[in-house]
Ligand binder design. Sequence first.
Ligand code: COA
Ligand code: AMP
Length: 618
Amino acid sequence: MDRDQAIAHWGAAAEAIDWVRAPRTILDDSAAPFYRWYSDGQCNTCHNAVDRHVAAGRGDELALIYDSPVTDTVTYFTYRELRDRVAAFAGGLRELGVGPGDRVVIYMPMVPEAVIGMLACARLGAVHSVVFGGFAASELAFRIDDCQAKVVLSASCGIEHARIIPYKPLLDAAVEACAHKPAHCVVLQREAGPAELIAGRDIDWELVAGTEPAPCAPVAATDPLYLLYTSGTTGSPKGVVRDNGGHMAALYWSMVNIYGIDPGDVFWAASDIGWVVGHSYIVYGPLLRGATTVLFEGKPVGTPDASTYWRLIGRHRVKVLFTAPTAIRAIKQQDPQGEGAAPFDLSSLEYLFLAGERADPNTIVWAEELLEIPVIDHWWQTELGWPAIADFAGEGFFPVRHGSSGKAVPGFDIVVLDEAGEPVPRGEMGALTIRLPLPPGALPTLWNNDAGFREKYLERFPGYYDAGDAGYIDADGYIHIMARTDDVINVAGHRLSTGRMEEVIASHPDVAECAVFGVRDDLKGQVPLGLMILNAGVDRPEAEIADEVVALVRREVGPVAAFRQARVVSRLPKTRSGKILRATLQKIANGEDYKVPGTIDDPATLDEIAPLLRSAEA
Ligand code: COA
Ligand code: AMP
């Protein structure tokens, strides 16, 4: 698409949205490489996601189904009920002083109140930042501080499998650690594990329904709707900014054209609101389209068994399911024949979409054979907000090619570049980039960090966005994603920074140096493995130190990191300039062929370490 085509395409896409003031400028490139879409438009995302459908006479149709096997609850919300709950809660937030542009951190399990909290912020023009519940207190504290949150919304506990996970102590520890203290914490008391509230700071969720429901506040299309922190190479997560107007136009377009969803259809993204998939396809996408979204508080296995997904599809007549390959692997591992699906009527299910990590062909084939529907791998990232490489449900569908995530989605000009920034021939691997401008919905910048946005994404290849992935485009235009080019690993579809884990391990008093990298795991795709050199003179048992390091990562990063393996080594292989050869270590641990890099300082270090890594793999 050239510039004029892009303007025509996104101008037409914007017509699907209700605007307070329709944009006349579709693409503002006056400050390139900082592009803005719909820069003179005014709108409100909550209006488009909720009120608009009530006003159109669809108030009695289902907006959200909360299905929670862990609490044995199924609750249905019509669009009218959702509107009333959101407006009332927004009124309460307003009474707490939350207004346009204020930041609200949401640290909650998968309960309807979390969605209500997000939409209430959108209604007021406030900016939410959801933090995944599996992150530790210090990760939460970083995010509260970085965005200077005025209010935090949380819950007394989460429920993981059958375990109660108290959230409140994590919240308290985070607020304690913050330099910037939020004025209030609003806490949802859950029957499974209520918490004690701190007088003056904490407020019971039930008390936050304003005396006056709040109306939708008009905001600029370019105002931020939310921030979502994501892992990068360094220990500090990056605050991805999502705006209002471009986000709505892009998500709406994707619901129609990628997922093939009509108003009234049931769409289920089995992810978590703490991740971008949850933002785009549990909350905003389906609601903008006037469809019914499923909010699932459970796991693919163990809540209570490997047939839960199939039970939900049958029960709610789900048309499209979106999940991570790891979830399908988990089901397949426990029920290889897929017998758990037999009792349920899955005839409503038309497509299964997978994303978040590489979809291995075995998993795809298993799902195709079981469900007898197209299984579509597609690729995107927190930064982009919606799929950049995909296949299309319904119109535009082309045959799936296993091992590929599909073809470039209109609006994303995907180019594979070599080290020198030159496009490589078809079939050759290189850095996956997107020619600027990125389409609506993709990040306009990082929170309070324009320089970081340039440096992390735009500087390596001027004129292109560097996705941080390596891949190739085959002769037919199918795109294959092969690996990350930075220190991000993917654990059960969760994006994590090995740099952050290294920072934590290095803080252990006995550790002199360390390296963390991802090793292959049958269930989670990758899990982290840490190697560490101890300080001279430390003579405590290595196993004891390793256990402490594992506990430290769990405490500082969170259980979601699934960091369970730490090993002591005497040396780490490095280049002559001192860079640890993590990629080579990873290959050895995965049992893959590897070349000794020409830049290695001392090849003997690899010979020393290889047997240890091979035993890690075993
Ligand atoms: N709140 C608190 N703790 C959480 C949490 C949350 N929201 N989410 C995860 N955790 C904890 C888990 O309890 C677990 O703790 P443990 O080490 O004490 O067992 C740890 O974090 C790892 O969780 P998880 O990644 O969910 O692993 P699991 O072993 O419990 O389950 C799968 C494995 C494959 C079933 C699970 O990862 C899964 O369902 N993945 C789906 C993928 C997905 O939703 N991806 C999102 C991107 S699309
Ligand atoms: P996140 O920002 O958490 O959505 O993670 C994005 C990263 O996950 C991408 O940059 C990829 O490395 C990886 N990823 C997401 N989807 C896919 C996919 N379909 N195939 C391969 N890798 C993927």
